[in-house]
Write a protein that binds this ligand. Structure first.
Ligand code: PGA
Length: 260
């Protein structure tokens, strides 16, 4: 795992966007796994800027979002469909038919979840999965005790996640209790993982995910099993990492590091 510590949110977003650009430049028809939440906003803004100002072409890209609230229609302002359209899809040139987001309003969740997994496989699997991290250590909506081999399914949100996300809704009671989410196993199948985290509210979760034991109590710790995972944090989110000097040494030395 590589850990990149940045001075602030803006730099974190730029470094993460460069990884996306590299993947798309190498493979123009890449399959990208998208995340929602406040953390990846800067990354999306930077990709939009690169598309508008520097000809970043996403016309052959396919996307799969990690998750969606159950019960919110696509046009609900807090739905992840709405979030993605507002902050990213309406500003870039990914064809509508290449965009996949779990349905929060299907009448048959098990069948939909199975279809979503099949669709990912039909598209050749996810090349790069973007991830945030919850303050309870979740990735996507894989709450503590989720199986580390789980696939796309319905999950009940933890109290901590409902509290964290209540800021986006008028009342706490309006936060959906259920979500449809890719599983930890689905995420680990992606060829490359990039996790972004910012702010002191994420410092403990990041330390547990990167340096703690592998445990379903912190589903983000499952990225330790992945062979190509990069964790991109700002100063505040890095605050509880004990191996910081080591990560900085590696990052600084990288251009000169021996290559096999
Ligand atoms: P946030 O959410 O970026 O809004 O903090 C992250 C997450 O819950 O995965």
């Amino acid at each position: 795992m590589e850990v990149v510590i940045n001075r602030d949110y803006e730099q974190m977003s730029k470094v993460a966007s460069q990884i996306v650009v590299e993947v798309v430049n190498t493979k123009p028809n890449a399959v990208l796994g998208m995340a929602t939440g406040s953390t990846p906003l800067g990354l999306y803004q930077e990709l939009v800027r690169l598309h508008k100002e520097e000809q970043l072409d996403l016309s052959r890209v396919t996307t799969f979002n990690l998750d969606e609230y159950v019960g919110l229609r696509m046009d609900h302002p807090q739905s992840y469909h709405y979030f993605m359209r507002e902050h990213f899809f309406q500003h870039v040139n990914i064809p509508r038919q290449n965009i996949n987001i779990p349905s929060g309003t299907t009448s048959n969740y098990p069948a939909f979840c199975e279809w979503y997994e099949q669709r990912i496989a039909q598209c050749g699997g996810i090349d790069l999965q973007i991830l945030g991290i919850g303050s309870d250590g979740h990735i996507a909506f894989n709450e503590p005790t989720s199986s580390l081999s789980s696939r796309t399914r319905l999950k009940t949100l933890s109290k901590q996640t409902i509290d964290d996300n209540a800021r986006f809704f008028e009342r706490r009671e309006d936060v959906p209790v259920y979500a449809i989410t890719m599983g930890v196993g689905t995420i680990l199948d992606a060829r490359k993982l990039v996790m972004v985290a910012s702010g002191k509210a994420k410092a403990k979760a990041i330390a547990q995910a990167v340096e703690g034991p592998l445990t379903s109590m912190v589903t983000a710790s499952a990225i330790q099993l992945h062979r190509d995972a990069t964790v991109i944090v700002d100063e505040q989110a890095a605050a509880e990492l004990t191996m910081r000097d080591y990560y900085e040494f590696i990052y600084a030395a990288e251009p000169a590091a021996p290559r096999s």
